[in-house]
Write a protein that binds this ligand. Structure first.
Ligand SMILES: [Zn+2]
Ligand SMILES: [Zn+2]
Length: 357
């Protein structure tokens, strides 16, 4: 880790290149910053988009990727509560400034001064990371009784982002929630929707992922690999009926992060529907915006989550409404290139978390 005052790190140096092992000198936290010793860092679809999908990081390369970070605070800079040192924490994937007009308007996740680790600054595929301390979320003891710190890294995005989407959608008990794409983020979306008391229909093109979604609380599943959008819509309507949910006012969550998933999710919009776009896909979808008008429907998205939802989210994890452990798998940070490769080729059933040696 810090042999000779060095931090272990893996850098993205160029698109499609292998990540390079590049230990770098330890840094000292400046005003408002904290040093976190990484316990785990989740591998997100967005990391793959940076490496293989032509999406550019906001900071120039080379850059340490990774924005799903948990760990222990080891040092803090001026202006940060020294009581934070030694605390186990989760670092929200979006760290707002807390001071600007957008932050004061309650729109922290789109703060233009935000820091996203592994995008604006070096991220968590490292032994240590230096970040703004203000919105780092201490992990309550009640959560640590059920979880290891490394696995809570995925709370920073894979859990918090669908949590924010469900909250913003206004999903309520008895509603129909349709989750499109239930690998990665989606399986947490299923749990959160189900724990809200909604009837949950999970859609995917992979039977194994659908089975996992059922274990996570989906009430019905549908493999849409060979279905047209019209077919899928008919099937979902049938399932809604069987589950005793309404044929309208659906809350649709796009968590596949694929163009096909986005097309399907939009095609499911009916009367009074709310579509929440959670996954990120490059590429464009052709759609009729008039459907939003004709169906009096809403389409919205959320960029990560507001750090202020974390205390409630931690409560849900503490009391078991969200189970994190069954849907993550632990890998050594040194195996990062192999793990990225497998994630890139869809070879992982669970979210991979990289743990430093
Ligand atoms: Zn992510
Ligand atoms: Zn701000």
């Amino acid at each position: 880790m810090t042999a000779g005052g060095m931090w272990d790190a893996w850098m993205m140096t160029a698109p499609d290149a292998v990540l390079e092992h590049a230990p770098r000198p330890a840094e000292t936290p400046g005003p408002g910053e904290a040093t976190i010793e990484v316990a785990g860092c989740g591998v997100c679809h967005t990391d793959l988009s940076f490496l293989h999908g032509g999406v550019r990081t906001r900071s120039a390369l080379p850059l340490v990727l990774g924005h799903e970070i948990s760990g222990y605070v080891r040092a803090v800079g001026p202006g940060v509560d020294p009581a934070l040192v030694g605390r186990p924490v989760v670092v929200p994937a979006v760290l707002p400034c807390g001071e600007c007009d957008l932050c004061r308007a309650g729109r922290r996740s789109i703060c233009r001064n935000q820091v996203m680790p592994g995008n604006d600054r070096h991220g968590g595929f490292a032994s240590h990371v230096l970040l703004p301390a203000r919105f780092i979320c201490p992990v309550p003891d009640a959560v640590l009784r059920r979880h290891d710190l490394w696995e809570l890294s995925v709370v920073a995005d894979a859990v918090s982002t669908p949590f924010q989407a469900v909250k913003r959608s206004g999903l309520a008990a008895g509603d129909l929630a349709v989750c499109v794409g239930v690998g990665g983020i989606g399986v947490y979306g299923v749990q959160i929707a189900s724990a809200t008391g909604a009837k949950v229909v999970a859609l995917d093109i992979d039977d194994a992922k659908l089975e996992q979604a059922r274990a996570a609380g989906a009430h019905a599943t549908l493999n849409v690999r060979d279905s047209s959008v019209q077919d899928a819509r008919k099937q979902v309507k049938r399932l809604a009926g069987e589950l005793g949910a309404r044929p309208f006012l659906w809350k649709i969550f796009e968590t596949s992060g694929t163009r096909a998933g986005q097309e399907l999710a939009y095609g499911l919009i009916g009367y009074g529907a709310t579509l929440s776009v959670v996954g990120y896909a490059t590429g464009k979808v052709e759609l009729s915006l008039s459907n939003l008008m004709a169906f009096d429907a809403v389409a919205q998205g959320n960029w990560g989550a507001d750090p202020l939802v974390y205390p409630e989210l931690m409560q849900w994890i503490a009391d078991g409404r969200i189970a994190v452990r069954p849907f993550v798998e632990r890998h050594m940070l040194a195996d990062i290139n192999d793990v990225f490769d497998r994630a890139h080729h869809g070879g992982l059933m669970k979210r991979a978390v990289l743990v430093p040696a």
